[in-house]
Design a binder for this molecule. Structure first.
Ligand SMILES: [Zn+2]
Length: 106
């Protein structure tokens, strides 16, 4: 079973928020140093937080094969190149119930 999906890139989101905060801080410091209309215009621009697009492509699959459960995930951002991978696998323990074990003895 495999799937793919697009979601928000954690690196792009963190970067955009950081830049937005820097612009807000810069605007605060420029209060009184620019015309009121210019200040209000920039203030309006920064009133809404940045919106984010789904730039991170996710590919993943999981399942049990030959008694081993495994999950494989990879994400790659089309905008900034950020990549993340995670792989995990373990043997599946499927103990027989007592009824099944004893049924051969009766
Ligand atoms: Zn990114």
């Amino acid at each position: 079973m495999s799937a793919d999906n697009w979601t928000k890139c954690p690196k792009c989101v963190a970067s955009a928020i950081s830049k937005w905060k820097a612009k807000c801080s810069s605007l605060e410091q420029s209060y009184g140093k620019m015309s009121a209309s210019e200040y209000m215009s920039k203030h309006l621009e920064l009133q809404s937080a940045p919106c984010f697009e789904d730039t991170l492509r996710e590919d993943y699959e999981q399942g049990i094969n030959d008694g081993v459960y495994s999950v494989s995930y990879s994400g790659s951002c089309a905008a900034c190149g950020f990549e993340y991978q995670h792989n995990f696998s373990e043997s599946v323990h499927a103990p027989l119930e007592n009824k099944e074990v004893n049924s051969n003895n009766s």
